[in-house]
Design a protein around this ligand. Structure first.
Ligand SMILES: C[C@H](O)[C@H](O)CC(=O)C(=O)O
Ligand SMILES: [Mg+2]
Length: 394
């Protein structure tokens, strides 16, 4: 069956929430004294927005086929990524069939390799790749998870990321991942506060609920090791992204250092099969956490996950809503998913990519039936009532 060819690729920038989930208003848990690599500077400790975490904004990529069908995706990267999509990547799609996603990915990656490989360029490539899969699903009238091989289980189960694992437990999630608040520069007092928070949540959640800690690249191996040993007493399930994503040697050391039974996880700021190959071959972690909108899109995630499977490792993608769900439901080595709590409290389940997506499914009692994904493409529509800016054209 021949599908209509790709007519046009467009890139827009949107401000406020959505894929750039750190772009939230004041008083949100996600911007409340979270430990980061910038916490060594007291002036950048209280708010991640103070050092520019939300400076880029959301990127929306639209791919229109000759019959007028539009596939779209949202990710981060804002205006610089919009430039790359319009001025560089679009040429590898227009006039082509949407079935050629392998060749298109290859050409996007290798044509930008001299200035790309990771970061914004791979965000842009991911956005285009996801929009292409959405278009393919819409043209074939099938959900993306069917195109990826079909569901291997009937439902997804979720852990929640947010400052209130105790509420996540009441909402039916299988676990709660808390942000770390104090980095090494806050000394012994900071370490005591970190441990006290874990102990407090363990007391509130009881013994059997999974508790995890997200360290957002803030630590060094020594601090992370001491934190892991102290947190083990309170049954911490995993320590996430403890150190710089560039420090593969540090991750390998940390994995050797943590108490038996505690998992080391990382990878949300890693990209492509080559980046994840480093994490896997150097035995840096137990679970890899690619973000589908940052690691190279679904086309690349399939390769990353096959590599992880061969190494006996789990793949639990970072956030990214429907873009993760359509993948997780199709893979045995992806047994559960993350739900990022975007409610400021966070006391309620609200859509992760609000206000950009319409029809975004959210977990009910910590679960989501595969049938909730049964709509063409990624099963969501773009909210065209929000202001979208197209800074570049071609
Ligand atoms: C809570 C973390 O600091 C970050 O905002 C989200 C994240 O890393 C995750 O969901 O994982
Ligand atoms: Mg994380």
């Amino acid at each position: 069956m021949s599908l209509p060819k790709i007519k046009h690729v467009r890139a827009f920038v949107v401000r406020g929430g959505g894929a750039d989930y750190h772009d939230q208003g004041a008083g949100h848990w996600i911007d409340d004294h979270i430990a980061t690599p910038m916490s060594r500077y007291p002036e950048y400790r209280q708010s991640r927005q103070s050092f520019g975490i939300n400076v880029l904004g959301t990127l929306v990529v639209e791919i229109e086929a000759e019959d007028g069908t539009i596939g779209f995706a949202v990710t981060t990267g804002g205006e610089p990524a919009a430039f790359i999509v319009e001025k560089h990547l679009a040429r590898f799609l227009e006039g082509r069939s949407p079935t050629e996603y392998e060749k298109i990915w290859d050409q996007m990656y290798f044509s930008t390799q001299y200035y790309g490989r990771k970061g914004i360029v791979v965000n842009a490539i991911s956005g285009v790749d996801l929009a292409l899969w959405d278009l393919l699903g819409k043209l074939r009238q099938e959900p993306v998870y069917h195109l990826l091989g079909g569901a291997v289980r009937d439902e997804l189960q979720f852990y929640a990321t947010g400052a209130r694992p105790d509420i996540a437990k009441e909402l039916g999630f299988i676990g709660g991942k808390m942000p770390l608040h104090h980095g090494p520069a806050e000394g012994v007092e900071g370490m005591k506060k970190n441990i006290a928070m874990i102990a407090d949540m363990r007391a509130k959640c009881g013994d059997d609920f999974w508790l995890m800690l997200d360290c957002w690249m803030a630590l060094d191996v020594d601090y992370a090791t001491r934190l892991a040993i102290a947190a083990h007493e309170h049954g911490l399930k995993w320590i996430e992204e403890a150190i710089s994503p560039d420090d593969y040697w540090g991750y390998a050391e940390l994995k050797r250092n943590v108490p038996k039974g505690m998992l080391v996880t990382t990878g949300e700021h890693e990209a492509t099969r080559w980046g994840f190959r480093m994490l896997l071959e150097m035995d840096c972690c137990d679970i890899i956490q690619p973000d589908v909108g940052w690691c190279g899109g679904v086309t690349e995630l399939l390769k990353i996950s096959a590599l992880a499977d061969a190494h006996g490792k789990m793949v639990v993608p970072h956030g990214s809503s429907v873009y993760s769900y359509h993948f997780v439901i199709t893979r045995h080595n992806s047994p559960f998913a993350e739900f990022l709590m975007m409610h400021p409290g966070p006391t309620e389940v609200v859509p992760m990519f609000h206000p950009q997506l319409i029809g975004e499914p959210v977990p009910q009692n910590g679960r989501l039936k595969a049938s909730a994904l049964d709509a063409p493409g990624f099963g969501v529509e773009l909210n065209r009532d929000i202001p979208m800016h197209r800074p570049y054209t071609h």
